[in-house]
Unconditional design. Structure first.
Length: 161
């Protein structure tokens, strides 16, 4: 009869516990320093062009509408907790009704959503504030870090087995 060593079961249990902790938010990403913020910005910078391309490129709103949207965006980012972050707003050339927040301060909103909102400042403010909140709370970068952590744990688990 073959006996299994303590080491194998220990590593398997550790991988399972850490995986569950990461999955259910028990383990949080460490506070980000300047390196972390540069990493976050590079994630957004790398992802934004792909999304812009997927949604038909960048759309330039008519001047009056563009100035109005940019003014609302400026007012919202003026009161964020992360004043060191350079926020960027891009309107996508798509009739879809959608908006995105990417790590590092990138907010993307579709032409279709802007048109559907019309001149309702409260609705536009709510959409932009919602996306900015994702950036403020680092939802995108924490998701990436959580996924990276899970990948590492699974690799360690596979090696241990």
């Amino acid at each position: 009869m073959k006996t299994v060593g303590f080491g194998k079961w220990f590593w398997l249990a550790l991988v399972m516990v850490l995986t569950l902790a990461l999955q259910f938010g028990v383990v949080q990403a460490a506070p980000m320093d300047s390196f972390g913020e540069r990493f976050e910005r590079s994630l957004g910078r790398g992802t934004a062009p792909e999304i812009v391309k997927e949604y038909g490129g960048e759309y330039v709103l008519p001047i009056k509408e563009r100035l109005w949207v940019e003014e609302i965006f400026r007012r919202l980012i003026a009161v964020t907790d992360r004043q060191n972050l350079e926020y960027t707003l891009t309107v996508l050339n798509s009739s879809d009704l959608n908006a995105f927040a990417l790590p590092g301060g990138y907010v993307l909103v579709t032409k279709g959503l802007v048109n559907a909102i019309g001149d309702d400042e409260a609705k536009l403010s709510a959409v932009l504030a919602h996306e900015i909140a994702h950036i403020e709370k680092k939802h995108g970068v924490n998701g990436v870090l959580r996924q990276m952590g899970l990948t590492v744990l699974f690799e360690v688990g596979a090696i241990a087995l």
